[in-house]
Design a protein around this ligand. Structure first.
Ligand code: FAD
Length: 400
């Protein structure tokens, strides 16, 4: 019997755990360690501030699903791993492994600039999204300028763009749009770079959205400091702001940083080869945001990062599971797919409009890449959400 321990059980970790168990059956014991008992569909958090979703609509208990598929689940925080003794230390005790999968996602670096934590809102966690909802309610009665964007070193620009266009729509619904100067700030060298060097037509499309919806924008800027009523940019410009939402950079979680044996990068990500196996530790694997991905483009004046979205997170979970099974069967030939060669499949919800992003590879060179705008309605992300929640509730991890 081989014991696989998966630390982190949301997108990548839940897929990896279910797939090891489905393929390995009775030969494999699989244990998921996660500090949260809930599965959370993070992409729909952008709708929570507007009341279009509540947290209960996009989360559910994962322990029963995992148990029904034969996977053990431990609600615990992993503190560190001793890679020599093969033991994960948690706040609920030690857990031994034969194979370890790290799928711990990101930690948000709010210290990227002074005032980001104190004065800017963040929509990437349930608490952050609910706080943002409260702040928007208060803003309605006392409107003024708004600054939305991504800070230097950020990589998750897509979610911030989504929030921007949803705020613009919400302002019109509240009949206060004319009272609000709306600003978009981004470290990207051009609109729609998205940390993947853009796609044909993307910049033109976003520029036309900005013009159509009267949104002022600044590219290649970072945040020097956020105050209660203004945002100071690295360009020296100060933008007045009564409501600020920023996407800070992601880094690796403390569990990884507390474990020197993992030889993580300075940012706290796990160095792996194209089979998602640790470069030096043959029984350690990484999936999802925890993976170290090399930048696919030349940085501009202001540094920024690449996106680690849901589809590659799920895919890398599947690849890791397949490879653990192959290794335990004594096979040498492992499945390989570099992060940048995974297809790009994403929907950017833009508030009653959307952009569907499809490419054969996430990073250039690509054979095809298209951005399909739909300016009449935004149903694709809703379909994606419904499908993903259904598949995960059923434990159908093998589905795309
Ligand atoms: C606001 C927002 C919107 C997004 N929108 C989209 C979108 O529209 N489309 C898209 O494709 N992607 C989107 N993404 C990205 C997507 O959410 C991520 O790609 C995906 O969640 C990554 O999966 P993961 O499993 O690597 O990490 P996560 O989903 O973050 O899961 C990590 C898990 O690890 C657990 N964990 C962490 N540390 C520990 C520890 N020490 N001990 C125990 N457990 C631990 C956490 O509790 C969590 O359950 C969005 C992200 C954000 C923030």
């Amino acid at each position: 019997m081989t014991t696989t321990v998966v630390v982190g059980g949301n997108f990548a970790g839940m897929t990896a755990a279910l797939e090891v168990k489905r393929k390995g059956k009775d030969q494999h014991k699989v244990i998921v360690i996660d500090k949260s008992p809930l599965f959370l569909f993070i992409p729909s958090l952008i709708w929570v501030p507007f009341g279009r979703r509540d947290i209960k609509d996009i989360s559910f208990r994962k322990d029963e699903i995992l148990k029904s598929k034969g996977v053990d689940f431990m609600v615990a925080e992993a503190i560190k791993v001793d890679t020599k003794k093969q033991i994960v230390a948690t706040d609920k005790g030690d857990v031994y492994y034969d194979h370890l999968v790290i799928a711990t996602g990101p930690k948000v670096n709010f210290d990227v600039a002074p005032g980001v934590k104190a004065y800017a809102h963040y929509i990437g966690t349930p608490n952050g999204a609910m706080e943002t909802r409260k702040a928007l309610e208060a803003f309605k009665n006392n409107p003024g300028p708004i600054v939305i964007g991504a800070t230097q070193n950020a990589g998750c620009m897509g979610a911030a763009y989504e929030f921007l266009f949803n705020v613009e729509k919400w302002l019109r619904e509240q009949h206060i749009r004319k009272k609000v100067d709306l600003y978009w700030i981004t470290p990207e060298t051009f609109l729609g770079h998205f940390g993947i060097d853009g796609m044909t037509g993307g910049e033109t499309m976003l520029k036309s959205f900005m013009k159509m919806f009267n949104i002022h924008y600044r590219t290649e800027v970072g945040v020097e400091e956020v105050f209660k009523d203004k945002v100071l940019l690295t360009s020296g410009e100060t933008l007045p702001s009564k409501f600020t939402m920023l996407m800070p950079p992601f880094v690796g979680v403390d569990f990884v940083k507390n474990s020197p044996g993992l030889k993580a990068t300075a940012a706290g990500y796990i160095p792996v080869t194209d089979d998602y196996r640790h470069i030096d530790l043959p029984n350690v694997w990484a999936a999802g945001i925890a993976v170290d991905v090399k930048l696919p483009f030349k940085p501009g004046k202001v540094p920024f990062s690449g996106p680690k979205t849901g589809y590659p997170s799920d895919e890398t979970g599947k690849i890791v599971a397949e490879n653990i099974i192959r290794v335990t069967q004594g096979k040498q030939d492992l499945k390989k797919k570099a992060w940048g060669k995974i297809p790009g499949i994403c929907v950017m919800d833009a508030g009653k409009k959307e952009v569907i992003i499809l490419s054969d590879k996430l990073f250039k060179p690509r054979n095809f890449a298209i951005m399909i705008p739909n300016v009449f309605y935004d149903f694709s992300k809703v379909l994606f959400e419904k499908y993903f929640l259904w598949k995960t509730r059923k434990g159908y991890s093998f589905l795309p």
